[in-house]
Each structure stands twice: as C-alpha cells, then as structure tokens.
Write a protein that binds this ligand. Structure first.
Ligand code: NDP
Ligand code: 8X3
Length: 249
C-alpha cells in the first residue's frame, strides 16, 4: 500500500511510518523539520519518501506534492492525518492569541488542506482510507484545553461528516481519539521547551505509547474494506473521563 502520514518527525507519526515500512508498505512522511526527515530517511530506507512542508501553508503543500513521482498522489491508499500540536495550558482569558491561531491553523486548517488534496484521488479510484488523529480533548473539556480541545472537536466532527459525504464511494474514514500518551514531543511543544514541566505530566503514570497508537492505526488499515471503524477512543487504564467540577464561592 501507499501511505501518507503527516507529522512523522516525532511521536506517533514517526512510529506509524516505521511500522508501515516494516510491514512492507511505501510511506510518504511529512513534517517541517528537514533534518529530522533526512535522519528518518536514513533509518527507514528507500520506501520512505520525506516531504517537508507546513500543513497550514497550502501553497507550500502544493509545491511539495508536485515534487512527488506523478503516480503517487493519485494512488494513496491510506492518509493518516496526524500532524498537530497543543500550545499552552493557560485559562482562556490568559491565553496567547498567536498560540490559538497556530493551533487552529495546524490542527484544523492543515488537516483540511491535506484531506482536500488527497480525497478526490481516493474517490476517483473508488478506494481509500483516511485516519484522523483527534483526541479525547475533543470529547471532554479540561482546564486549559480551550482552543486545543475545540480544534480536536472539529477533527472528530469533520471525520463524521466525511463519512456522510463518502457514502457509496468506498472511501473509509476512521477517527482515533487518544487520551494521555507519552513518549512524544507533545508536552515539550505545549510547554514551549520546558522539558521538566513536560516530563512531570507523565510521572508515575503508565501512559499510552506511540507504539500503542501505531498498532491501532495499522489495525485500522488492515480491516477488510467493507468494515469502517468510525471512532476509536483510547485512554491509559490510569486515566478517566470523570471530573465534573463545582466551584463553591
Ligand atoms: P509530537 O509533537 O511528538 O509530533 C507532532 C508531529 O506533528 C511532529 O512530527 C511535527 O513535525 C508535526 N507538526 C506539528 N505542526 C506541524 C505543521 N504546522 N506542519 C507540519 N507538521 C507539523 O506529538 P504527538 O505524536 O504526541 O502528536 C501527534 C498527534 O496526536 C497530534 O495531532 C496530537 O494533537 C495528537 N494527540 C496526541 C496525544 C498525546 O497525548 N501525545 C493524545 C491525543 C492526540 P514538525 O515539528 O517537524 O513540523
Ligand atoms: C492530547 C491528550 O489530554 O493532553 O490530545 O489533551 S490531552
């Protein structure tokens, strides 16, 4: 199969790319950091095609896609929309507007850009699978998640709406909604390089790992074509969604 995975320079995407390559597939892997992409190409070999661009920049995306062999884009079997980030954990009234805009541009606009470029090809060949990496943050509010959670709610609803429009087209859509996952750069990015603060998030918790997520993604990709897993929410056993809060002033 031909797979396109966004955000392979670390975390889930890196593991997903490696596991698809190990399973014999060809992977186009994207990200902004050219050095990480080059390093990954060394590790994964010639069935890995690196593609450096910012998903929020549709012109840069178009240039990058044009650089691929002509037959690649029309023949993508699986698109994994994984690139994304959280910035900050401040309450909404103290959050940075630039951070909000970056999250919206990356997590929603970026995911829409890539999907819009690939989807018509999948419909034309009457076959394809889109796996969107959303989050439990799109399902349950938590303190400081404000715009991050809202972008992931967008991803989840976009996945469901894609399913509606793709009726009869044999293009499947699966929405993966992970909770607390460690072993990625997610919290290092969220806390803007404060690695001590980032590591505290995972202290004394057996978190879901990139390998756990990658196993789920490959499982989804290996379902028979008449089976569509609509949504898959996954948390560490050590996490719960309970937590309604009452302020007593
Ligand atoms: P990482 O920070 O380790 O990886 C994020 C990846 O996204 C990197 O490869 C990064 O590449 C890429 N990326 C970020 N912004 C852009 C951009 N503008 N253009 C292109 N690529 C971009 O985080 P995770 O692996 O943890 O996260 C992957 C996805 O999973 C995200 O969508 C995240 O929201 C989601 N998620 C994470 C959870 C967690 O607890 N870790 C739980 C639930 C969902 P580069 O910097 O090179 O551009
Ligand atoms: C990442 C999971 O709970 O940190 O989407 O928002 S969480």
């Amino acid at each position: 199969m031909n797979i396109l995975v966004t955000g392979v320079t670390s975390g889930f995407g890196k593991q997903i790319a490696a596991d698809f390559i190990a399973a014999g597939h060809t992977v186009v892997g994207t990200g902004r950091r050219a050095d990480k992409l080059a390093q990954l190409q060394q590790e994964l070999g010639e069935r890995f095609l690196p593609l450096g661009f910012d998903v929020a920049d549709k012109d840069a995306m178009a240039v990058a896609f044009d650089s691929l062999p002509a037959d690649f884009l029309p023949n993508i079997d699986v698109l994994v929309n994984n690139a994304g980030l959280a910035l900050g954990l401040e309450p909404a009234h103290q959050a940075d507007l630039g951070d909000w805009q970056t999250m919206i541009n990356t997590n929603t606009l970026g995911l829409v850009n890539v999907t819009h470029a690939i989807l018509p090809h999948m419909v034309a060949k009457n076959d394809g699978l889109i796996i969107n990496i959303s989050s439990t943050a799109g399902n349950y509010p938590y303190f400081g998640a404000n715009v991050y959670g809202a972008t992931k709610a967008f991803v989840t609803q976009f996945s469901l709406n894609l399913r509606a429009d793709l009726l009869g087209k044999n293009v499947r859509v699966s929405n993966v909604e992970p909770g607390l996952c460690g072993g990625t750069e997610f919290s290092n990015v969220r806390f803007k390089g404060d690695d001590d603060k980032a590591s505290k998030v995972y202290e004394n918790v057996q978190f879901v790992s990139p390998k756990d997520i990658s196993d789920i993604v490959l499982w989804l990709a290996n379902q028979p074509k008449h089976v569509n897993i609509n949504r898959l929410e996954v948390m560490p056993t050590a996490q719960t969604f309970a937590g309604l809060t009452v302020y007593k002033g």
